[in-house]
Design a protein around this ligand. Structure first.
Ligand code: ASP
Ligand code: MG
Length: 408
């Protein structure tokens, strides 16, 4: 008998028909005699709808009340699912975050899990009950409801899988796994059979939306085997696992293109100690997430500093930087929103050289100018003009031979 955690995302429980379909999947695992904990998201679009209502009530809704509101979406799906399962003869029972013992810190709307008291879930499992758990929520030390950040149901699933020492944490979604690139951009993209935690973490932070970044961090920390699968079609998905030696032979596992970036350049900054610190300390204090930073070689003791920020943070970044630019005596501030970040990810880069050179050569062959470059041990990113993003991703996908093997 195996013990599984199975999480179903918003589209998988997006209508009564979809809930019915998932109930049948659960019913089957239950009848196969496995122990099963189910984690559910709210119906697709529901968390957005609730967020929008809150913004109509107040321009700056109170965080505590926002969590009370947002956590309601998942209560709807767990109750409906438990009812449906009971009518199929499955001994199911719904559990809210509180009932399942998830205790978090006090940071409303982006709480971190501090501990899990598995007593009630374990008792339920021992009684042959299938717990149907509301994802995305817990309670803080004051017993107030908290939520775990967008996509937080993934985190609930991984947290429970770690605490219950589950054999596998399945994440059911509307795609059948993690692909070498977004199939909407690259029709020949291939589903990966497996990927390392570290690569998945890079891909998730680069905007691959299949898994919440924090859930991957936690899975890596506790070595929870995760598998992404489709609830719409049968068959294997992508396993997220510990790095193994055959992964090293693959230079590049995945390619991403991210257009949610903007570039800010402070032109004509005096090249003196403390100026960069001044600019970036202020930006960090405003909780704006800076990604890449470039400082040019200085001429006449003036230099340019460029950096990228998420487009959503651009307005507040500009406001800050314009004030700072005046303070430090910089010439002007330039903004470019029409950029995109193209990245290659692969643990093979650790043991193979020349990946960056091949990336740059491919982009230059296609006449694409590189504006910024950043690298980590297993990632290379280039900022290019937004209109060339898809061309870049497709060219690189071909260059690194990531296409589907031809049939036959
Ligand atoms: N319902 C929450 C969201 O949409 C949590 C989740 O689905 O994972 O972000
Ligand atoms: Mg999700």
């Amino acid at each position: 008998m195996a013990r599984f955690v199975k999480k179903f995302g918003g589209t998988s429980v997006g209508s009564i028909e979809r809930i019915q379909h998932v109930a049948q999947l659960i019913d089957k695992t239950y009848r196969d005699g496995h122990q099963l904990v189910v984690v559910l998201s709210a119906m697709s679009g529901e968390t957005d709808r609730l967020t929008k209502m809150a913004s109509e009530v107040s321009s700056d809704p109170d965080d505590r009340e926002l969590d009370v509101l947002l956590s309601s979406g998942e209560r709807v799906t767990i109750a409906l699912m438990a009812m449906m399962l009971k009518s199929l003869g499955v001994n199911a029972r719904s559990f809210t975050g509180r009932q399942v013992g998830i205790v978090t810190d006090g940071a409303h709307t982006k709480a971190r899990v501090s501990r899990v008291d598995t007593k009630r879930v374990l008792a339920a499992l021992n009684d042959g009950v299938v717990p149907i758990v509301a994802g995305f929520q817990g309670i803080n030390e004051a017993s107030d409801v908290t939520t775990l950040g967008r996509g937080g149901s993934d985190l609930t699933a991984v947290v429970l899988a770690a605490a219950l020492k589950a054999d596998t944490c399945f994440i059911y979604t509307d795609v059948d796994g993690v692909y070498t690139a977004d199939p909407n951009m690259v029709p020949s993209a291939r589903r990966l059979e497996k990927i390392s935690y570290e690569e998945m973490l890079e891909l998730a932070s680069l905007g691959a939306k299949v898994l919440q970044t924090r859930s991957v961090e936690l899975a890596a920390k506790h070595q929870v085997p995760v598998e992404v699968r489709s609830s719409f079609q049968d068959g294997p998905g992508t396993r997220v696992v510990k790095e193994d030696t055959d992964m090293e032979h693959v230079l590049v596992s995945g390619i991403t293109g991210d257009r949610h970036q903007a570039k800010v350049t402070v032109v004509g900054v005096p090249d003196q100690p403390g100026i960069a610190a001044k600019i970036f300390v202020a930006i960090a204090e405003a909780a704006v997430n800076v990604d890449m930073i470039i400082q040019n070689v200085s001429q006449d003791s003036l230099t340019d500093i460029s950096f990228t920020v998420p487009r959503g943070d651009l307005k507040s970044a500009i406001r800050l930087v314009e004030v700072l630019a005046k303070e430090v005596g910089a010439r002007t501030v330039e903004v470019n929103e029409a950029i995109a970040k193209v990245s290659l990810v692969g643990v093979g880069m650790r043991s193979h050289s020349g990946v960056a050179a091949r990336m740059f050569a491919t982009l230059s062959r296609d006449g694409i100018n590189i504006m910024m470059i950043s690298t980590s041990e297993i990632k290379i990113s280039c900022v290019v003009e937004e209109k060339y993003m898809e061309l870049a991703v497709r060219g690189l996908h071909q260059e690194f031979e990531l296409e589907k093997p031809l049939a036959g």
